[in-house]
Structures are given as C-alpha cells and as structure tokens.
Design a protein around this ligand. Structure first.
Ligand code: FES
Length: 120
C-alpha cells in the first residue's frame, strides 16, 4: 500500500465518495446503513454536489464498509476520511466543509475506536 507514484496516471476525481448502501433484513443485530436511510442520503448528496457546482466529485454507492454500528457512513478518497451522515444537514456539512473547502467536519468523524478494526 502506498503513496501515489510519479508515473501514476492522474486520478479521475478529486474526491471519490463511497456511501454505504448495504441493507440487511429487519431485525438483524448489526443493522445496516440502508435501513438507517443511507440510500436517500446518497441521492441527496448527488443532487447537492451538482447544485453546488462541485466538479471532479463522484458519489458512489458501496456495499458494507464494515463500520455498520456507526452508519449511515461514507468514506472519501483519496484522503480515507470517514463520516457518519445521518441527516441531509450532515451531508451538506461534508460537501461544504470537506469537499468544497478542503477542511474536515470533526463532529461527524467516525469515532477513533473504529479505526483499524479490519486490519487485525
Ligand atoms: S452496513 Fe454500512 S458499514 Fe456495514
């Protein structure tokens, strides 16, 4: 794993957003992001990104991102920054502060204890 190399082709997108849209059956102990509304939030994010004129941003649906208890969640690459987006207002914050302005939205970051859980 590593850094981009000098002869890598340029990335297609400045920000590539993956929104978990995994859906588990009702009553599953882990729950799922789609059951918490992620599909509508993904759709909202796509529309808002366009309305805001954000270029070089791609919002994609993803399968389970393995942070189910913290969903609905998304991850933005190439930074690899993860957010919980439970409302349209949260989506707006991510679009405005992270993607448009290049900052972060600390109050929406996934909790630190979720880091590295899949690396063990
Ligand atoms: S269901 Fe969304 S991270 Fe697993």
């Amino acid at each position: 794993m590593g850094e981009r190399q000098a002869d890598d082709p340029p990335p297609y997108y400045t920000a590539h957003v993956f929104v978990c849209c995994n859906r588990r059956p009702d009553g599953h102990p882990k729950g799922s992001c789609a059951a918490r509304g992620s599909e509508k939030l993904r759709d909202y994010m796509k529309v808002r990104a366009k309305e805001m004129g954000l270029r070089s941003v791609r919002v994609n649906s993803a399968g389970c991102l393995d942070r189910c208890e913290h969903g609905p969640c998304l991850v933005i690459y190439p930074e690899g920054v993860w957010y919980r987006i439970d409302t349209p207002a949260a989506v707006d914050k991510v679009l405005e502060r992270h993607i448009r302005d290049g900052g972060r939205v600390p109050e929406l970051l996934l909790p630190p204890e979720t880091r590295g859980q899949s690396l063990a």
